[in-house]
Design a protein around this ligand. Structure first.
Ligand code: ADP
Ligand code: GN1
Ligand code: MG
Length: 365
């Protein structure tokens, strides 16, 4: 284990002794650990996360967002008769009263109550989970629609700005610091041939044709806890990127992951594609919840956003490959290039299925 979890645990308001702590989850950015603490009521688990402050350069603002969002969700869930300990993340305060702890190396840590009796899945195991997770993302957006002012902080500026992502790509390509451009010509050409789709969502926002709304910005299937008993999506997690944005991004990103026929880094591209039945379930689940607050223009662009966001994440992977793997954690050579290839393969499939995808959205609007 890279970090001193005993020190972390000791600096949060946790009454008990550490039994064990272990790395947890499969994220690309932060470090997550689960601990088991002996308390007077028996063993209790917690989640501890080190915030990657090279990427989230203002961790205190980020934590302010998470605190405001989780407190607001907690209130709404309680009012509706739900259980806030399971249906939203709950921060544990640090010993000094802050909602984070800064260790002697300058790392920022936060601690959450562990949500028991539920799991996240890196691959879809049961088809009904796709509907349930999408429904949960819709509810999440809905519950946050009346978060009192001020506007949330942008934890990573221009995060969902596809044109900016394209400029980052062009810059990395021009510099080619790792001498990799020659090895990914097909992917570069793929990007250059699709530049026209890149500004569509940002233009809608800038021209005020769609509203700015609180956006999760990381709606992977494994960011919803699925209840072990009911199979429902009980809690949306991974809140670092919750900020003002375009909610179409969230629908698109959940499709990118949820309707894929293979994992994000599958190297056998013949396995990679789009599962339309899952797109149907995902759209049904999302719209069952979000239909009541989305505008016609937002709904008109849902199927398109699945393609654009998958393209944008592919663009981010190839940009990081060209830049020498400086952003996403990689575990093997060409890992980011492999990830980019799966995304672009999915984009190609979605291009062929555009009409069918629009027809599915039309069924649920
Ligand atoms: P990352 O950004 O690394 O994906 P997450 O916040 O999604 O980090 O956490 C990683 C994993 O840890 C999740 O997929 C989930 O399985 C688990 N996890 C996170 N928070 C909790 C929690 N409060 N209770 C139980 N498990 C959690
Ligand atoms: C990162 O941390 P993780 O794995 O949940 C990334 C997302 C990407 C995703 C691709 C802060 O999310 O934007 O969509 O990888 N998070 C950040 O799998 O950049
Ligand atoms: Mg996650």
């Amino acid at each position: 284990m890279k970090h001193d979890l005993a020190d972390v645990v000791a600096n949060f308001q946790i009454d008990g002794t550490l039994i064990e702590a272990m790395p947890y989850g499969s994220g690309h950015i932060n470090d997550t650990y689960a601990s088991r603490i002996q308390t007077s009521d028996g063993p209790v688990r917690f989640i501890h996360q080190r915030i990657n402050h090279l990427i989230f350069t203002e961790p205190e603002k980020l934590m302010e967002n998470i605190q405001r969002v989780t407190v607001h969700l907690g209130k709404k869930i309680t009012e509706a008769g739900g259980n806030p300990d399971r249906e939203t993340l709950t921060l544990i305060d640090a010993v000094d009263g802050n909602c984070f702890y800064r260790d002697s190396e300058g790392n920022y840590w936060r601690t959450y109550k562990f949500i028991e009796g539920a799991k996240t899945y890196d691959v879809v195991e049961k088809e009904e989970h796709v509907y349930n997770a999408a429904f949960a993302f819709g509810e999440f957006q809905k519950m946050l629609s009346d978060l009192p002012a001020p506007r949330l902080h942008e934890t990573i500026p221009q995060f969902g700005d596809s044109p900016w992502r394209l400029r980052q790509f062009q810059d990395a390509l021009a510099k080619d610091v790792a001498n990799r451009a020659a090895g990914c010509k097909a992917e570069i050409d793929f990007v250059l041939a699709r530049q026209d789709i890149v500004p569509v969502l940002m233009d809608l926002l800038e021209q005020k044709k769609v509203p700015e709304r609180i956006t999760h910005y990381d709606t992977k299937f494994n960011n919803v806890m699925i209840d072990d008993e009911t199979g429902k999506g009980i809690c949306v997690i991974d809140l670092d990127t919750v900020m003002p944005g375009i909610v179409n991004y969230d629908f698109g990103d959940s499709c990118r992951f949820g309707i894929a026929t293979a994992t994000e880094d599958e190297t056998d591209l013949s396995k990679v594609g789009v599962n339309l039945d899952r797109f149907d379930r995902l759209s049904g689940g999302y719209l069952a919840s979000a239909r009541e607050f989305l505008t016609d223009t937002e709904i008109d662009h849902l199927a398109f956003s699945a393609k654009l966001i998958t393209f944008t994440i592919g663009l981010r992977f190839i940009t990081d490959h060209l830049a020498g793997d400086v952003y996403f954690k990689t575990h093997r050579e060409n890992h980011n290039l492999d990830r980019c290839r799966t995304q672009f393969k999915m984009v190609s499939e979605m291009e062929k299925m555009a009409e069918q995808m629009d027809a599915i959205i039309a069924k649920y609007r």
